[in-house]
Design a protein around this ligand. Structure first.
Ligand SMILES: NC(=O)c1ccc[n+]([C@@H]2O[C@H](COP(=O)([O-])OP(=O)(O)OC[C@H]3O[C@@H](n4cnc5c(N)ncnc54)[C@H](OP(=O)(O)O)[C@@H]3O)[C@@H](O)[C@H]2O)c1
Length: 289
């Protein structure tokens, strides 16, 4: 796209990533229409047509998603409506109106087999064949495929373990639980990497501006487990919390979780030309803010 100044439309604008995107663009004085679910239900084709027709954006940032991983196992129709069918409609509209679609997907599209940890120590590259282990991951993978089929100009950004200033995430859950309980059990055999919404939006904008299209992985640098992540949170907060590491089997959930879900972010570093900061540094900054 060779437009110097873009018009932006953000869906899911009250979620973690949606809020970060809206604030960043508003702060820069950009022409942005931010729609929360109340203002634009992406599963409603009429509302979608009106929103796109009304704001005539150059770029749509799709932050709307069904993100409740366990609930998706039982509420699969709703997860499909938001993560697959609505994405298909969005992509169709973007193709028709020559709009760039920026869409977020997840590390949970990958199988996360324990042996992939030694086979792919840097994480899953963009080219690795997805094979999700739960309903949420399946719907996100199907949504990605709808975008590619539509032939719209697109950028699919897969991210992992997202933490924003606004909305529920692992850091906030840990801090809340530490206030409520004497000691906490945290899973120590699922590996991945936290991503913070501030840098996620910053890198996404660089990718858009550098004309990167297709699929790319975006996370902080490094790898950790939920247990080590929790230890670091309490260490940085100076909180003395008793933490017990537990295997996944000791913490049954409705949805299966990948054991290894690190994303290979070397392409991100190459395309953006920036050093991607380690998750520990990003966490420190996040807690300070
Ligand atoms: N969170 C993570 O750990 C993580 C990890 C990897 C990838 N991702 C991906 O990153 C993206 C952003 O995630 P996030 O953490 O910002 O999610 P989030 O905080 O759950 O936000 C999702 C937003 O989508 C909205 N939404 C749900 N159904 C909608 C509908 N029918 N129409 C319009 N809006 C709707 C939600 O509104 P309500 O709150 O009103 O329902 C919410 O504001 C998603 O694509 C997600 O799959 C997230």
């Amino acid at each position: 796209m060779s437009i110097a100044r873009k018009k932006w439309l953000i869906t899911g604008a009250s979620g973690q990533l949606g809020r970060e995107w809206s604030l960043a663009l508003q702060q820069d004085g950009e022409d942005v229409t931010s729609c929360s679910r109340k203002e634009l239900d992406v599963t409603d084709d009429g509302q979608l047509e009106d929103a796109v027709g009304g704001s005539r954006p150059d770029v749509i940032i799709n932050c709307a998603a069904y993100t409740r991983v366990d609930q998706a196992e039982v509420d699969t129709n709703q997860a499909e409506a938001i993560n697959v069918h609505a994405v298909k409609q969005l992509a169709r509209m973007c193709a028709k109106n020559r709009i760039l679609l920026v869409h977020y997907s997840t590390d949970y599209v990958f199988p996360g087999l324990p042996e992939h940890r030694s086979l792919l120590p840097e994480g899953y590259p963009e080219s690795f064949p997805p094979d999700p282990v739960n309903a949420y991951g399946r719907t996100k993978w199907l949504g990605e495929q709808e975008i590619r089929k539509s032939n719209c100009e697109h950028l699919i950004i897969r991210t992992s373990w997202l933490c924003g200033k606004h909305g529920g995430n692992f850091v906030q859950t840990m801090l809340r639980l530490a206030r409520e309980r004497d000691h906490l059990k945290v899973v120590n055999d699922q590996y991945g990497c936290p991503t913070f919404t501030g840098p996620a939006v910053h890198h996404s904008r660089t990718l858009i501006d550098s004309q990167k299209r297709g699929t790319i992985h975006l996370a902080s640098q490094g790898v950790t487990t939920w247990f080590d992540f929790a230890c670091r949170i309490f260490e940085l907060k100076g909180m003395d919390v008793r933490l017990d590491p537990v295997p996944t089997s000791g913490f049954p959930t409705l949805a299966a979780r990948p054991k290894w879900s690190r994303l290979d972010i070397r392409q991100l570093a190459r395309v953006t030309g920036t050093r991607i900061l380690p998750w520990q540094e990003e966490l420190e900054r996040y807690l300070r803010e």
